[in-house]
Design a protein around this ligand. Sequence first.
Ligand SMILES: *Cc1c(COP(=O)(O)O)cnc(C)c1O
Length: 359
Amino acid sequence: MSYKLFIPGPIAVSDKTYKAMATPIFGHRSKDFTALVEDCMPRLKQLFYTKDPVYLSTSSSWGIMEGAIRNVVNKRVLNCCNGSFSDKWFDVSKRCGKEADALTFEWGKPVDPEALDKALSSGKYDAVTIIHNETSTGTMSDISALMEVLRKYEDVISIVDTVSSFSALPIKKDELGIDVMVTGCQKALAIPPGLSFLAVSQRALDRSAKTEGRGYYFDFLEFQKNMEKSMTPSTPVIPLIFALRSKLDDIFEEGIENRYARHRANNKLVREWAYAKGIELFPEEKYGSVTLNCFKNNIGIDLPKLLDELKRRFKMVFDGGYGKLKGQTFRISNMGDETPETMGELLANIDAILPEFIK
Ligand SMILES: *Cc1c(COP(=O)(O)O)cnc(C)c1O
């Protein structure tokens, strides 16, 4: 049983990547391991547009999203909430025992820079979390405008989740002034899940040094100490680091600008396909994600039945809505290795059966 995944993560993994994962492993304190990390690091930093170290974490993204909270929040964190993942981050902050407030926007709306500015001007906060691309609603906030606000607040550490946008469009960490930029491997990087990445500024490391209760596994200072030797604090998921190296080869062979353009083109293709049927985008168009489209189910598709049939007949899967939007929306990912041809194949397959499933 194998299906082609067009859900917004995990996404389809190439045979080349799977093969890379079968490379025989070595010890994580060996020269072979440090050479592997050193092979990846310059290119990974280039994708982050940063001079800061990039740490490798053997966890899904939530590990380091929680870890970032534990490392930098001393006073009070402001969690910007506009969808399922960002709402959850607020919950996670409280579960970590931190003082936290939610800056809430309707699902499908972006994080508003003015509202952020107003909240921060209270002086109550020493950290902020923002999700660049809210995968649950396919909404992309204007990270440049948000970071422009954050740069005014020197004592506020910014934690930005780029889990479902990283490597599909440029997010220039250093230029924007993002302190902690977090991403995962199973979204646009098209690697099987289990590895995540975070680039951390000196400011954030300094904050971390003054923060109690960081724990061990996600401690920034442990990551830093080990990364100075091109190592990780504990035994990492080495097969996924082989997959990362292979994927970096792919990305730089294609060219990053070409990769960005391909994501834009694939995204537009899907959007136009839907518009031609009268299907509306869930977020306002200019905040629509470039890595997935979240559409309203405004033409009455019986999504569960359509999805079953698509899987049975064509071995393909897209998503029938996340959390409270299940059934009311659907999401089609165009992240990773997809081309206009592979996206076209999915859309043609949907077209072949769609009339049967409109109520
Ligand atoms: C998928 C996703 C996460 C969670 O990632 P895990 O790897 O499942 O922990 C967090 N944030 C965003 C925006 C995501 O798309």
